[in-house]
Design a binder for this molecule. Structure first.
Ligand SMILES: [Ca+2]
Ligand SMILES: [Ca+2]
Length: 99
């Protein structure tokens, strides 16, 4: 069951540009291929900026299978540039509570 206010919107480019996709949580995806509503697009190593809902904590990993470097993104975030994680995210955990 999705939780109200638990979602991340991902953008292919920095500054909330290019293609975007809302991913509802709580959910875990150990790779970024075939995300819901993505029409089969591969979002691995693509995400440049993100927004999160008011009840969302995201742990984003640089490699598939929740491996390698990770970052935690809290509620109501607007990250226009993921910096070192730009075009690196390959798996995510979307939580409706703090990790
Ligand atoms: Ca990109
Ligand atoms: Ca990666």
């Amino acid at each position: 069951m999705p939780t109200e206010g638990c979602w991340i919107k991902v953008y292919e480019d920095t500054n909330f540009n290019d293609n975007s996709l809302i991913i509802h949580g709580p959910a875990e995806y150990n790779d970024m291929r075939n995300l819901p509503d993505s029409n089969g697009a591969d979002w691995g190593d693509q995400i440049g900026s993100v927004r999160t809902g008011p009840r969302t904590w995201v742990i984003a990993f640089a490699d598939e299978g929740f491996e390698d470097t990770s970052i935690v993104i809290g509620p109501n975030s607007e990250i226009a540039d993921l910096g070192d994680m730009e075009d690196e995210i390959d798996s995510i955990k979307i939580l409706d509570h703090a990790p």
